[in-house]
Unconditional design. Structure first.
Length: 337
């Protein structure tokens, strides 16, 4: 990767790094419209980047230059492979800590991704991790039969888990996808809502439908649901079942009770994988009712073969304001404690 990019570092006693890119068409995409991608990298790294023809001159502190160079090299390598460079990919290149790359640095990023299969292929797109915690989560999804993703909203827990489910189904590793959520918001009010049970439950399952539709054509999703190759159901509907040859995702697991969580975990059958996602700071259960996710984390975190990945506000990949909101609430909670 990046083997044709040349370096020159003889400016002002090594205070500047010069990168030269052989393909001007790729360089245009690398820089973005009106050099918008370069501006993003400057803001994210603290380095200053000057665009001169087919060259980029990077100045700043040593760690700032290295950070910017790492991001630029990984972005250019992506373009060399014919992959689009979207805004989220630029953010990922900036945010991914340098320590996740094998030495000598960013030149090995794409090969590492390919060698470790750190991507999910779906009908509509290739899904890749965009933060260090997301990378750890994806590795865990590949290597463990039971995986917990714990952290705030917007960190990609559900999105990556559903992508893993779709990818495993398309590769023939499983026969079906099962997506579940506790419908705690509905409570006893379900009977008062209009429609049949599916119409009452569907609003609480909508985030799972949204994720599926991001990876599969709508008609295929509808057909798979009709043929029960995809099941989307409340957690309570899992009782008494054995979930074999399936990729199972439990979303919003912090709202499962201890008994529900144990029931769900023990549904795992042969040739199945299970991903449990939740935010332990957002429990909506009645006061005094213990969250099954909190209990499961305490009881199972040292069990071999079970993976735990912890996300923070730094892993939020939604609007930047979401991360600020989460940090503000965390800080307020810390003061109250």
């Amino acid at each position: 990767m990046g083997s044709d990019i040349s370096d020159a570092t003889s400016f002002a006693e090594n205070t500047e790094t010069l990168l030269e890119f052989p393909d001007n068409r790729l360089l245009i995409d690398l820089c973005g419209q009106l050099d918008s991608n370069l501006s993003k990298i400057e803001m994210g790294t603290g380095a200053v980047i000057h665009h001169r023809g087919n060259q980029l001159l990077i100045s700043g502190e040593s760690h700032e230059k290295k950070h910017a160079e790492t991001a630029l090299r990984s972005m250019y390598a992506r373009l060399e492979q014919g992959r689009p460079l979207e805004s989220g990919d630029v953010d990922a290149a900036i945010r991914m800590p340098k320590e996740v790359f094998d030495e000598p640095g960013a030149n090995d990023q794409i090969e590492m991704f390919k060698g470790d299969r750190l991507e999910f292929r779906t009908r509509k797109k290739i899904v890749e991790p965009r933060t260090k915690s997301q990378m750890a989560y994806v590795k865990s999804l590949f290597s463990n039969e039971l995986v917990f993703g714990l952290g705030p909203a917007g960190t990609g827990k559900t999105y990556l888990a559903v992508a893993a489910a779709v990818s495993n189904y398309l590769e023939g590793n499983v026969d079906r996808i099962i997506l579940a959520r506790p419908a705690v918001e509905a409570g006893e009010r379900l009977g008062f809502l209009p429609g049949d049970m599916k119409e009452k439950i569907d609003p609480y399952m909508q985030p799972l439908y949204d994720a599926l539709n991001d990876f599969l054509p709508g008609k295929q999703v509808a057909k798979m649901i009709e043929e029960r190759q995809i099941e989307i159901a409340p957690l309570a509907f899992m009782r008494g079942r054995t979930l074999s040859n399936a990729f199972v995702v439990l979303d919003e697991a912090q709202n499962a009770t201890t008994m529900q969580m144990k029931m769900f975990l023990t549904r795992l059958g042969e040739n199945s994988r299970m991903a449990i996602n939740g935010d332990m700071s957002q429990v909506d259960l009645p006061k005094g009712v213990m969250s099954g996710l909190i209990e499961a984390e305490r009881v199972l975190r040292k069990v071999d073969g079970i993976g735990f990945t912890y996300f923070t506000a730094e892993d939020v990949v939604r609007h930047p304001m979401v991360a600020k909101i989460i940090r503000a609430y965390d800080a307020a909670h810390a003061r109250d404690v």
